[in-house]
Design a protein around this ligand. Sequence first.
Ligand code: HEC
Ligand code: HEC
Ligand code: HEC
Length: 140
Amino acid sequence: MNTRFVSMAGMLGLLLVAPLVTGGVAAGADAPYLPGITSNDLNPEGCVSCHKGDTSLKNKLAELKHRNVDSKVNVIPGDCGSCHTEDEGLDTMSQIAHSMHYAAGSKSEFVTKHQGSCLHCHQLSTGDGAVTVKSGNKNW
Ligand code: HEC
Ligand code: HEC
Ligand code: HEC
């Protein structure tokens, strides 16, 4: 997707790991978990990288008795935001994404299973420092 970003992240990984290895310390043992920066990014497309198959957002929303939005969304989470605005009197995607994943604090499954990283959904460009929200196409 963003090759410049990926290759830069790879370089950074080498720079960080090399001194640890030569210093005789287990590589990466103390490295903070920063997907895309200190490790491979397992979820480069954010929501849809993680929510797939049984845990697709289609299924998750059906469990929540959400109205069917199949015809209204193609790009996730951008298109969800067409309805989820304050003007519509609905929770914004920011509120939804943050509350759904951190509501139970340290006991949230997102935290216990995925280490709760902001960088599962956000991407940080080490070049210009811009932070964006990852995006992907509907996967159902
Ligand atoms: C790294 C994995 C991961 C990413 C990325 C992720 N989620 Fe989740 N999501 C989870 C986990 C884990 C849960 C809680 C357990 C469950 O319901 O599967 C969850 C729960 C949810 C729920 C609530 C389901 C319920 O039944 O209560 C919704 C809605 C949701 N996510 C939407 C999103 C949206 C929208 C995005 C992108 C902005 C996103 N998720 C990104 C892992 C992820
Ligand atoms: C056509 C408009 C529309 C679209 C598009 C839409 N939603 Fe919603 N959503 C709503 C409405 C309206 C509610 C309030 C409950 C209700 O009336 O069904 C809601 C409620 C929710 C809730 C319940 C929790 C809360 O804070 O309100 C979640 C979670 C949610 N939406 C996630 C999503 C996700 C993820 C997408 C994109 C895949 C999405 N929505 C797309 C209209 C929409
Ligand atoms: C599950 C996905 C997800 C996770 C995890 C997540 N965010 Fe977000 N974040 C979003 C989405 C979606 C938006 C809304 C983007 C939009 O409106 O276009 C957002 C918006 C934001 C904004 C913009 C202000 C606002 O409220 O609209 C800030 C700041 C932010 N996030 C910080 C964080 C921080 C800090 C963390 C980690 C502690 C984090 N986010 C974790 C999905 C996530």
